[in-house]
Design a protein around this ligand. Structure first.
Ligand SMILES: [Zn+2]
Length: 287
């Protein structure tokens, strides 16, 4: 986020503009919105996945965020987001959902203890081909490594969740969803290739957690990374709800197969709070 945006958020937050927008939307106009957050890696290691592009969050920052969410919202698993939208008025504290993409091992070592501490549900979308892998996703690897040769060993150590990690987290109530087998742009594949990518990941995860997989997140998750066909394949395979990676309202008009998410990065708490606000959705078009 550039300095201008940061400054505008700071201004909007401390002037009360964000609070007023939320008040108008939720209380006066009785608007519905269930925010869904997407995390990747939670790590203090500067060589962790995604640190360069800001997708890694320090543990203390993550804890501060979860603590805030717990105090302000009812945290629900991603599978319940659609039900929450339809039963919105039953919630005393607004519902919100926390998700993790790709399945980094630090979701177990770093995020999970904090989620337990605050008794927070969460949903992890696994790229099944990377379970038990020491390898990062190739599309990011090469570029990063060429600039960070000296940190390679640390970088490799930041690997993916193991089968054991997944089973332990599952027993403790963490939900798992599919995120394909190899993390391709689905819209670039044939119908058969898409089916295989999706089906293989569902089967592999179901084999581990012994529970049907009902949730899915599109790799990359931009508007052009999926097609209508992708959605019909998901429906045919028993997926009941799916997540994209762009923002917007999750309300009665939202397609259950295009649930909007807010990408969370390592940043001050006031920006985190502003990101969750409807103000952020309204001004999105401005940048
Ligand atoms: Zn992903």
């Amino acid at each position: 986020m550039n300095y201008l945006k940061k400054f505008l958020f700071l201004l909007a937050y401390y002037s009360g503009l964000i609070g007023v927008t939320d008040l108008l939307y939720y209380k006066i106009f009785k608007g519905i919105h269930v925010p869904v957050l997407v995390y990747h890696s939670i790590s203090d290691n500067i060589y962790s996945y995604g640190n360069e592009i800001g997708l890694s969050i320090r543990k203390e920052v993550f804890e501060e965020q979860i603590k805030y969410l717990k105090s302000r919202f009812t945290i629900v698993p991603f599978s319940e987001v659609s039900n929450c939208i339809h039963n919105y008025t039953e919630f005393k504290k607004s519902p919100i959902s926390i998700t993790f993409d790709d399945g980094y091992c630090d979701n177990y070592t770093n995020a999970y203890p904090i989620l337990r501490k605050y008794q927070s549900p969460a949903t992890v979308f696994l790229t099944s081909g990377n379970i038990n892998s020491k390898r990062q996703i190739d599309w990011y690897n090469q570029d990063f490594l060429s600039r960070h040769k000296e940190g390679y060993e640390d970088f490799k150590a930041n690997s993916m969740l193991s089968s054991d990690d997944i089973v332990k987290m599952k027993v403790d109530g963490i939900e798992f969803g599919a995120h394909t087998k190899t993390h391709p742009v689905l819209s670039g594949l044939s119908s058969d290739e898409q089916s295989i990518e999706i089906m293989d990941s569902i089967k592999e995860i179901e084999g581990l957690i012994k529970t049907p997989v009902k949730t899915f997140a599109y790799p990359f998750g931009g508007a052009k990374t999926l097609t209508d066909e992708t959605i019909s394949i998901l429906k045919g395979l028993g997926i009941e709800i799916a997540a994209v990676s762009y923002g917007g309202f999750n309300n009665l008009k939202t397609d259950r197969y295009k649930i909007r998410r807010i990408i969370i990065i390592d940043e001050p708490l006031y920006i985190f709070k502003a990101r969750l606000s409807v103000f952020n959705i309204f001004i999105k078009g401005l940048w």
